[in-house]
Design a protein around this ligand. Sequence first.
Ligand SMILES: [Zn+2]
Ligand SMILES: [Zn+2]
Length: 193
Amino acid sequence: MLDLLLPPQCLTCDAPVEAPGRFCAPCFRITGFVTEPACARCGVPFAVAAQGGPHGVCPACQERPPEFFRARAALRYDAQARRVVLPFKHGDRVEIAAALAPLMARAGAALLAEADVLVPVPLHRSRLFTRRYNQAALLAGALARLARLPLLPDALIRHRATASLGERGVAARAAEVAGAPGGPDRAAGAAGG
Ligand SMILES: [Zn+2]
Ligand SMILES: [Zn+2]
């Protein structure tokens, strides 16, 4: 009913689009979708495949392999990506999860094909109280439906509240989340924010 009155708008501007959750053509062109070639480990995109060293791994991962085996990102975190992510994360625009999930499914297709379950990075209960929803859980739910995988929303518990990561550098973010989430016995770990 609302669509009849107000045609769906582009995710990042107010241009009309065919269906909710789409980019208009000019916004699509400036959106930094992460594509191959990319680091086999952390997923950072390469300009050319030759930038990856042995096994297609980036220099940073060769020097200091990360705690995780593999990560993939759908979008480069630039000004355009922030127009989608920030309203989703802090602006109560929960419907954006349905628009982002297909992008994640495409970027993470190889990982999802081997996955048994999906587990979102948890929010500390104090953060959940102020933000009212866990954006990672919303994304994981939408992704689980697309990928037909079971979702375990409560498999990890964040024992320690971490500061907001938005304006921090990579090192500060890594330090802040180190050891923050864990399973009931703190054996499992994950990073995010
Ligand atoms: Zn647009
Ligand atoms: Zn890497």
